[in-house]
Design a protein around this ligand. Structure first.
Ligand code: ZN
Ligand code: ZN
Length: 347
């Protein structure tokens, strides 16, 4: 099979001809029909993720068709249209038993702990627990664009934030995660204020449902501006970027008993931002993380997409082939378009 392969971190990946995977007894092999490029793929390629062994095939946001099933798989058969959360769960640990597969203690991740989906075929284990059947009216491209962005945003806004109609959501950073959060919040009937430093992005945020937008380049105190616009602060606020400044602004813009959700990754020197714990105590704020989503919550997410009029196509940017995908991966720190780049051609 053809795949994007890198043998050294930070070195331009090449297209390699590799043996196709065969299914584990409890796993499947999926013919990849669409797979999204994500900033965490870039971090992995740069060597920021210690779990990757070389040589490596990246890719974790995929949808496709089951090509082969292991002997113990009960719920899926060859030809099924499927997608999967980017975290594969073990099914045996206490987090899995409590339904929190997104923080499984023995998790595996295609594209990180094993070869991923920038390839014609990808293997995926514990299929009965981790695979999600795809409704006919959701395309492979739309499903791949759910990726980690939209699914993590859904968990952040709906499950962690418990955002309700009429409440204010603040979104700090309007890349894929932030725009997904805006679409989800609009479908719920919440009110939204969006912050970014790019005019075109803010325009898009407004078009997708943000009631107010703030350009952080011209507004020196975004937290104060949000408190002003929302009459006291946001009920839920998301740092969708992952930067010490947006993280602190997100905490500071909350109303009393509000919830900050950290979705953007804070890595390396940025890993320990100075959180204003004085107001966390005085205002009884909640600080929560959101890291992926369980397979069993895809039902609720896809229902909101279908009933809430969410158009996933708006999250799709360029459609490319494997070679173009390899190049785009290496350039992700420089060009991160608003829509996700999808690899849709694998020949
Ligand atoms: Zn587990
Ligand atoms: Zn991702």
């Amino acid at each position: 099979m053809k795949a994007v392969l890198f043998e050294r971190f930070g070195e331009l990946p090449r297209i390699a001809d590799l043996p196709a995977p065969s299914p584990a007894p409890d796993g499947v092999v999926i013919e990849v029909k669409a797979t999204g490029l994500c900033r965490s793929d870039w971090h992995g390629w740069m060597g920021h993720d210690s779990g990757i062994e070389l040589p490596h095939v990246p890719g974790h946001e995929f949808a496709g068709v089951v090509e082969a099933v292991g002997r113990d798989v009960r719920n899926f058969k060859v030809g099924d249209r499927v997608t999967a959360p980017f975290i594969g769960a073990c099914g045996g640990c206490s987090e899995c038993h409590s339904g929190n597969q997104q923080v499984c203690e023995n998790q595996f991740q295609p594209g990180f702990t094993q070869w991923g989906s920038f390839a014609q075929y990808v293997g995926f284990g514990k299929a009965d627990l981790n695979l999600v059947p795809l409704p006919e009216d959701i395309s492979f491209e739309e499903a791949a664009s759910l990726g980690c962005r939209f699914a993590t945003s859904f968990r952040a806004v709906v499950d962690q934030g418990e955002l309700r109609a009429g409440q204010w959501l603040a979104v700090h950073g309007c890349g894929g995660v932030g725009l997904s959060a805006i679409m989800i919040a609009k479908a719920i009937g919440a009110r939204i204020v969006a912050v970014d430093i790019d005019e075109a992005t803010l325009k898009l945020a407004h078009g997708l449902g943000a009631h107010y937008t703030i350009d952080a380049r011209s507004e020196p105190d975004t937290a104060a501006a949000i408190k002003d616009l929302t009459g006291g602060g946001a009920a839920v606020s998301i740092d969708a970027l992952g930067h010490p400044a947006t993280c602190v602004n997100s905490v500071r813009c909350l109303r009393r008993r509000g919830k900050h959700i950290q979705v953007g990754l804070l890595l390396g020197d940025d890993a320990a931002p100075k959180i204003p714990m004085d107001i966390v105590v005085a205002h009884e704020l909640e600080l929560l993380g959101s890291h992926g989503m369980q397979a069993h919550r895809y039902d609720a997410m896809l229902s909101l997409v279908q009933d809430g009029g969410i158009e996933l196509n708006q999250l799709i940017g360029n459609r490319v082939d494997l070679a173009e995908g390899a190049k785009a991966l290496s350039e992700m720190d420089r060009f991160e378009g608003v829509g996700a780049t999808l690899i849709t051609r694998f020949e």
